[in-house]
Write a protein that binds this ligand. Structure first.
Ligand code: ATP
Length: 369
């Protein structure tokens, strides 16, 4: 039996509370599952650490993340903790960690669980698609390198490479192979979201996507402009399965997706590379909620489920994959029941109450065959 070494970064704001809640669920599933062994080691990183010692991400923590089998991160950053130039510490730390781990594909599931609040009047055959965001290049490749010319002009450069686009497109098709297709008719489909009608960089992104698609003839392919996609996500989200796009477009559309299916408190995410992977909720540190035990921990708990799924897939470990399915089913059953939920989704329960409710529901959650 393999013991998976998990580097846990609780971070700032509501991060530590969401991480503590997730530990309750992970500890319970470990206790109840023979053959599942996780060695979870917490590390300090982020804004509070910067306030204390002037460093956001110590080299030793980067090394621990590289050495671990997976990284579970809660939320990082505080608006009042800034570098001397006035910028927040969070982007520098996250971009640094992403680059160190070479995690090229960010995965944001947009899934409507029964009982979760949905802003749409009709949810048709259901919402269950995934936004794949290229995580290292695009407009974010300019991070720290944009130019300001005098008082009138500033530029940031969009960087699209064949190798980076190939990696993320390939990842999207491989994910589509593992999924059950779009809710409307079960068709497996990958949609390239771009602005190929205007920008050369985007036309190139689509060109490389189409090249990669040729290796997956069994998966349907499609391409949609990003402006149209933001309309379709609201009008007919059930017609999509896997969406793949440039970094900044993914940043925006994944938050729109979270808004469709219950808000940031329910949005997990994964950042995956060839060797390493990092799992964290889509939300930030929500400082106004910190320390009150009211944050919704489900996004972090679902991110931990994604981590187990990735470990299971990587190491061909069915116990891990079953544990992932059980955690997701337990979250789904607590949402469906509706009696224990945090204020962001209309309840009065605490972060800890939700964690215990999910842990209690694990017993009844049956792995999908
Ligand atoms: P960042 O810039 O780090 O992404 P942000 O301030 O833009 O952070 P978030 O902290 O992600 O945004 O959250 C925005 C708002 O959504 C919060 O102020 C809070 O009201 C709500 N929110 C986010 N996450 C949660 C959560 N887990 N539980 C409850 N409410 C949440």
């Amino acid at each position: 039996m393999k013991t998976y070494r998990i580097a846990a970064l609780p971070g700032d704001g509501i991060g530590p509370e969401c991480m503590a809640a997730t530990r309750i669920v992970l500890d319970r599933i470990q206790a109840e599952t023979s053959g599942l062994s996780l060695e979870i080691t917490p590390y300090r990183a982020g804004a509070e650490l910067y306030r204390d010692v002037g460093v956001t991400l110590p080299d030793a923590v980067v090394k621990a993340c590289i050495d671990a089998d997976a990284v579970l991160l809660s939320a990082i950053g505080l608006p009042d903790v800034r570098f001397p130039d006035g910028t927040e510490v969070q982007p520098t730390m996250m971009v640094g960690l992403r680059r160190a781990l070479d995690v090229h594909s960010a995965v944001r599931p947009v899934k409507l669980y029964p009982g979760a609040p949905c802003v749409l009047k009709e949810s048709g055959p259901g919402i269950d698609f995934v936004v794949i965001r290229e995580n290292l290049e695009g407009l974010f490749a300019s991070f720290g390198g944009g130019a300001k010319v005098g008082r009138e002009v500033a530029t940031d450069t969009m960087v699209i490479t064949r190798s980076g686009t190939t990696r993320v497109a390939d990842f999207a098709f491989r994910l589509a192979q593992r999924r059950g297709g779009r809710p409307s008719d079960g068709k497996k489909m990958v949609t390239c979201v771009d602005k190929a009608n205007v920008f050369r960089s985007m036309a190139f992104f689509r060109e490389v996507f189409m090249d990669v698609a040729q290796s997956y003839p069994e998966i349907a392919k499609d391409a949609v402009y990003v402006d149209a996609m933001s309309l379709y996500m609201v009008q007919n989200p059930w017609d999509f399965d896997v969406l793949v796009m440039e970094n900044q477009f993914g940043d925006i559309l994944s938050d729109l997706g979270a808004g469709l299916v219950g808000g940031l408190g329910l949005g997990p995410s994964a950042e995956i590379g060839e060797e390493h992977a990092l799992f964290q909720p889509s939300h930030g540190t929500a400082p106004q909620l910190a320390g009150k035990n009211v944050a919704n921990p489900m996004a972090t708990i679902l991110s931990a489920a994604m981590m187990l799924d990735w470990l299971g897939d990587r190491y061909d470990d069915a116990v891990c994959i079953d544990a992932s399915v059980r955690i997701e089913n337990a979250v789904a059953s607590v949402l469906k029941d509706g009696s224990i939920r945090t204020p962001d989704i209309g309840g009065t329960a605490s972060t800890t109450d939700v964690a215990h409710a999910v842990a209690d529901a694990l017993q009844a959650s049956i792995p999908a065959s």
